[in-house]
Design a protein around this ligand. Structure first.
Ligand code: FEO
Ligand code: CA
Ligand code: CA
Ligand code: CA
Length: 540
């Protein structure tokens, strides 16, 4: 659909807010005379595309910063299926030099270990499993702008390192988890967040593909495996309970810990707010059909270990406590607080958490203070196109236990996007959204109108305020993930995840991005910049 012909929804979420800035393209004088500004809005939306390319709006270009299997040091290489990114400068006075964190969510075994989907999982060798374990987790790599103003990886920096499926990571909890004080590895690292003190929160999402999941029924428990499981348990018999946590990582040292107090589920992200008295509020969503939205409120300043986890009841507008000591319903079903946190989904339903349509990324609007939550879709419930939920905490207090909620934006042909997933606000408060139409559904009903997955901009100011403009279109089978702005807003780091995911074989590739020709596709992080982004940062 041509964006110029698109009917846009009103950006109702922000209309009640008085902004300290002036409109950009048009401004109104005291006698209501409308005059043209000197600075037109720098972006025009692009049409949807099915091209095997990262297509960008005019005024933007991209450089591939790093791709799967690129060396980061003499001993380590970049992992597969990059998702969440975060750039942490070493020094705020030198914002173009620092550590880039990148999540590696999952792997395509055909590319990583040459194990084809459908082959006998019992025949996967230990060497293949080790390759797969190395391909997930996260990367820490120093990047800086060179003399040509291009971002580049600084290979061999002593802080470059990998976290993998074999890195030993302790639990930040006074009691053992399934008998252990540490877990082997992190994986399924989807989206995440950054703390006010500059550490990374990386979120273990679909962990059940790796060591399965424990299901509890009628007083007994059993381990089950989904159809996309990797069979690692045949070589390393790690318990499912060691995964599904939010993991905090120090970007300078790689030191990590699993934050048990935030509960265990298919965490998409963790988005933090610090109150004026130093306490922390962390929002996190459980990305699965009919799963819930959570909020942790620390009881002490700066603590990610002591506090109470709440689940949202969006019908009543209430955050419901998951504190074992004060919830008789939890005492009837679980033995202690640790078990409540390990079996979070069950506990949330028992106390009245509202099932949602795949709550994915969460961002706090820097202009309104509203909490935005991507609800990607829920096909069994008939929600194919998804929406973005807005939560307005009562009294504008993030520690409030009551709130109002509303739909902020709905996926559909009128807005031009479907299946919202990751979000990011740039330094001027414009909202950027990526879409996650599953690769096998792209171009098919009901997604014909949307083309490949994309990146969208919702301007916070000016005549296009509240409209949805498509800014980028992903290569074939890919999803754009992990948008993260450099401190000056003039570079957008973006993951291009799983290009060519539906390739039938190494010789029947559905994508050759980014290298073209007959090359195999490589998940990569790109640095997007250009005159349009520069101009956007001059507005608002
Ligand atoms: Fe890994 Fe919910 O996306
Ligand atoms: Ca995601
Ligand atoms: Ca985000
Ligand atoms: Ca997703």
């Amino acid at each position: 659909m041509n964006p110029s012909r698109r009917k846009f929804l009103q950006f109702l979420g922000r209309t009640s807010v008085v902004l300290g800035s002036t409109p950009l393209l048009l401004s109104t004088t005291s006698c209501n005379e409308v005059v043209a500004s000197e600075k037109p809005f720098p972006f025009k939306g692009i049409p949807h595309s099915l091209a095997d390319d990262l297509v960008l709006a005019d005024g933007l270009t991209y450089d591939v910063l790093i791709s799967w299997d690129d060396p980061i040091s003499s001993t380590d290489r970049f992992g597969f299926n990059n998702d969440f990114t975060a750039f942490i400068p070493f020094d705020t006075k030198q914002p173009n030099d620092g550590m880039l964190w990148v999540n590696h969510e999952y792997l395509n075994a055909m590319f990583v270990s040459q194990f084809n989907f459908g082959d006998d999982i019992n025949k996967k060798t230990n060497e293949q499993v080790q390759k797969e374990m190395y391909s997930v987790g996260g990367t820490l790599v120093r990047i800086m702008k060179n003399s040509n103003h291009k971002w580049q990886v600084v290979q061999e920096d002593h802080r470059n390192r990998r976290l993998t499926g074999q890195t030993m990571i302790p639990f930040a909890w006074p009691l053992p988890i399934d008998g252990a004080t540490e877990a082997m590895g992190t994986f399924a690292n989807c989206s995440g967040g950054v703390t006010p003190w500059g550490t990374i929160l990386t979120c273990e999402e679909n962990y059940d593909s790796f060591y399965g999941e424990t299901v509890h029924e009628n007083g007994t428990s059993k381990r089950i495996f989904n159809s996309y499981y990797y069979g690692w348990d045949k070589h390393y018999n790690n318990p499912p309970e060691h995964y599904g946590w939010v993991v905090e990582v120090n970007p300078l040292t790689g030191q990590a810990r699993k934050l048990v107090a935030l509960g265990r589920c298919a965490h998409e992200c963790a988005t933090m707010h610090q109150t004026s008295d130093g306490r922390l509020v962390v929002y996190t969503g459980d990305d699965s059909n009919d799963e819930c939205l959570y909020k942790f409120i620390s009881s002490k300043p700066g603590s990610l270990e002591e506090g109470i986890l709440y689940v949202a009841n969006t019908e009543k507008g209430e955050w419901i406590s998951l504190d074992y000591a004060s919830q008789p319903a939890l005492q009837e079903n679980f033995s202690d607080q640790t078990e409540v946190l390990v079996r979070l989904r069950e506990a949330a339903k028992i106390v009245g958490g509202t099932p949602l349509n795949r709550p994915e990324d969460i961002e706090i609007d820097p202009i309104t203070g509203h909490v935005l939550i991507s609800l990607t879709n829920n096909k069994p419930k008939g929600d194919y196109l998804g929406s973005i939920l807005k939560i307005e905490e009562d009294n504008a207090d993030k520690t409030s236990l009551t709130f109002k909620s509303d739909i902020f934006l709905a996926g559909g042909e009128e807005t031009g996007f479907a299946c919202p997933d990751n979000m990011a606000f740039d330094p001027k408060g414009n909202l950027w959204i990526t879409s996650d139409i599953s690769g096998s559904a792209v171009g098919k009903s009901p997604y014909e109108a949307f083309g490949n997955n994309g990146l969208f901009l919702v301007p916070a100011h000016g005549p296009d305020k509240g409209k949805v403009l498509q800014i980028a279109s992903a290569p074939v089978d890919a999803e754009l993930t992990g948008p993260y702005f450099a401190p000056d807003g003039k570079t957008l780091f973006l993951s291009v995840q799983h290009p060519g995911e539906n390739s039938k074989s190494m010789t029947e590739l559905s994508s050759n991005w980014p290298n073209g020709g007959d090359e195999i596709p490589r998940p990569s992080v790109v640095a997007i910049s250009g005159a349009a982004l520069d101009a956007l940062m001059e507005l608002g």
